[in-house]
Ligand binder design. Structure first.
Ligand SMILES: Nc1ncnc2c1ncn2[C@@H]1O[C@H](COP(=O)(O)OP(=O)(O)OP(=O)(O)O)[C@@H](O)[C@H]1O
Ligand SMILES: [Mg+2]
Length: 244
């Protein structure tokens, strides 16, 4: 049986003892695909990403990257294994320059085994704006520009899997277009991308596959197209999105 790049099985986790947030989540992300995780506020979407990064300790289940169990690893070892994460908020170091923000990514790595110049070049090629603004404090940039800094930083470690929590939040149509084009380019290079989104219609449209999470469980899964075409998914979770 061939295993996906990221394989999550029977994941149970919460923040407070006896109060489960995820109750048996099963989810995969393969190389070269964009997977959208959608669902209402409080569904547990961000919690899935935090558990993968080692920011939370699962109560039960497995999280494997390329067949290797990630549970129990410290966050920097998760990053070294090839996973990068852009969280939902506080995505840049505001008092550092763009250049310093990008270089912060390397703190998680062993200095010796990276070709810093090549990685810098690759990130500037994807986001030319960053090279123009290297000396600007990240906190003084617009929301869309900050999202580029955060994505650029996530790519500095050459991940195999990129996890993004609400990357479209607050983006203008122009920056949303840049984001989607970039994700498409990364997918073509073979990266696996897991993207949590409030904007379910946009995310499912951009994704190869999707998961609808509600109250800590996967309610629906399928291709982005199938989920968008499902009347249940549309009625409950897309456009307005409210379940209550
Ligand atoms: N640090 C924390 N301590 C206690 N409970 C938490 C903590 N973080 C999240 N929770 C709870 O876990 C549940 C899931 O939260 P999570 O942030 O994963 O939801 P989400 O699907 O990402 O929602 P949103 O769309 O609003 O970002 C919520 O009930 C939330 O209150
Ligand atoms: Mg969230």
């Amino acid at each position: 049986m061939s295993e996906a790049l990221l394989q999550i099985e029977d994941l149970h986790v919460g923040y407070i003892p006896e109060v489960p947030v995820l109750e048996g989540v099963e989810l995969t992300v393969d190389s070269g695909e964009i997977v959208a995780i959608v669902g209402p506020n409080g569904a547990g979407k961000s919690t899935v990403l935090r558990a993968v990064m080692g920011l939370l300790h699962p109560w039960r289940g497995q999280i494997r990257l390329g067949g290797t169990e990630m549970i129990g690893m410290r966050v920097h070892d998760v990053v070294r294994s090839g996973i990068s994460f852009v969280p939902q908020s506080e995505i840049v170091f505001p008092y550092m320059t763009v250049e310093e923000n990008l270089e912060m990514a390397w703190f998680a790595l062993n200095d010796t085994d990276i070709d810093k110049e090549t990685r810098r070049r690759e990130v500037y090629k994807l986001f030319p704006l960053l090279e123009d603004r290297l000396k600007q404090h990240a906190g003084s940039m617009s929301g869309g520009e900050q999202q580029m800094v955060a994505l650029g930083r996530a790519l500095m470690t050459s991940p195999r899997l990129l996890l993004l929590d609400e990357p479209s939040l607050g983006l203008s149509p122009r920056f949303l277009g840049i984001l989607l084009d970039t994700l498409d380019e990364l997918r073509q290079r073979g990266l696996g991308i897991g993207m949590v989104e409030q904007n379910a219609a946009m995310a499912l449209d951009a994704a190869d596959r999707g998961y609808v999470l509600d109250m800590g469980e996967v309610r629906f899964t399928g291709t982005g197209e199938e989920l968008l075409a499902s009347s249940d998914v549309r009625r409950l979770y897309v456009g307005g999105g409210a379940t209550q």
